[in-house]
Design a protein around this ligand. Structure first.
Ligand code: SAH
Length: 357
């Protein structure tokens, strides 16, 4: 089968020509899936063994000045009940997470101007001081280069900012006019230049996404060379303009995870909550397709239901401890284990990091 040879070629060269990516994406079949996933697992195992890294996700604000058409916490959703966590509450989440074995904290939120550079720097510094052996990942959307620099200097190590779509027209269909792909890309290049481990990514099956768009996403990912890639299926939220759009599929998401593992053998690749939301075994299947990170929720139980980016999001009722042991059990069943480690990208693992002796 010709497409199988494309998978071999992808593994060998870690990239393909655009028309080859297109051919691969247009010829998905169960047989091809098995072949791709087996190769992806092999590459994942060679780099990270059977370890899966856990990241404690702290969703610290759902206020947002943006109005992304897909997102449940968009500014114009008047039905969202808004909340903010202060520094003390965030530190409590970290403490609970630390005791459960988390060594990376991901602070994610809407683009909330309440968290000025000064406020955010104070939060990052407090986490850095309190948890010197942990990595701090930020996911706060678009900020100025000076802001990214200040947060890096305060002790942040990683930054997640999905590019959402590498095609400017498609990007414009997903976002309000004020947001542009050019700005988003600039942010990603700034973050990388400053020295963050950077994550880009996109939603699979977002409205109006074509195969050609996905090819552009893959080419952009290769060009950026991120340390992390976050992809998950688009899932409609009932209070957004995309309420009646179809969700992305499990199969397409798994297929892309496998491809990304072969493109970037050392990449940190989460099996996302959205993947677990569209299918009960979605995250396990994601790991078996080449992913090696899971991000259980560490947000306080009282606010979890309010960080609703899409409908039916899972893990909104659990205690942090339950999420941790649930993940442990799920991974063990498929032959993987939770690693209690920062889980940095391999390229920086040998270098000393701030806060470590
Ligand atoms: N404000 C931050 C965090 C955004 S939420 C930022 O701009 O980066 C994190 C990610 O959730 C987004 O990048 C988006 O890709 C994803 N997301 C938002 N709405 C979604 C939906 N309806 N379905 C699936 N994923 C969604």
């Amino acid at each position: 089968m010709i497409v199988k040879t494309l998978i071999d070629k992808l593994e060998r060269n870690q990239t393909l020509a655009p028309e080859e990516f297109k051919q691969l994406l247009e010829n998905q079949s169960p047989e091809l899936f098995e072949y791709l996933f087996a190769r992806a697992r092999e590459v994942q195992g060679a780099n990270y063994g059977n370890d899966v890294y856990i990241r404690g996700l702290i969703e610290f604000t759902n206020y947002c000045k943006n109005d992304c058409h897909y997102c449940g916490i968009r500014n114009s959703n008047r039905n969202a009940r808004r909340y903010r966590l202060d520094k003390e509450q965030i530190l409590e989440c970290c403490q609970a997470g630390y005791e459960l074995g988390f060594r990376t904290f991901v602070l994610q939120g809407g683009e909330d101007p309440f968290y000025t550079d000064e406020t955010m720097v104070a939060i990052v510094k407090a986490i850095r001081e309190g948890f010197p052996d942990c990595a701090i990942t930020l996911s706060l959307g678009e900020r100025s280069r000076a802001s990214y620099q200040a947060l890096f200097d305060a002790g942040a190590n990683r930054y997640l900012l999905r590019h959402e779509s590498a095609n400017a027209n498609h990007y414009a269909m997903l976002h309000p006019e004020a947001m542009t792909l050019a700005t988003r890309k600039q942010c990603l290049y700034d973050l990388k230049d400053i020295g963050y481990q950077v994550g880009c990514g996109f939603m699979v099956g977002s409205p109006n996404q074509t195969i050609e768009n996905l090819v552009e996403d893959l080419i952009f990912i290769k060009e950026l060379g991120p340390h992390m890639v976050g992809i998950g299926p688009f899932i409609p939220h009932h209070d957004t303009p995309f309420a009646s759009q179809a969700p992305g599929t499990l199969e397409q998401t798994l297929f892309l995870l496998g491809i990304i593992r072969l493109m970037l053998p050392e990449v940190l690749l989460p099996a996302t909550t959205a993947l677990g939301t569209i299918s009960p075994k979605g995250r396990e299947l994601g790991i078996l397709a080449g992913a090696n990170v899971v991000m259980p929720n560490l947000s306080p139980g009282s606010v979890r239901k309010d960080y609703m980016l899409y409908d039916n999001k899972i893990c909104t009722g659990d205690e942090a401890a339950e999420c941790r042991s649930c993940m442990e059990m799920r991974l063990r069943k498929i032959g993987y284990q939770v690693a209690v480690a920062r889980g940095d990208h391999k390229s920086i693992n040998d270098k000393p990091t701030e806060g470590e002796e």
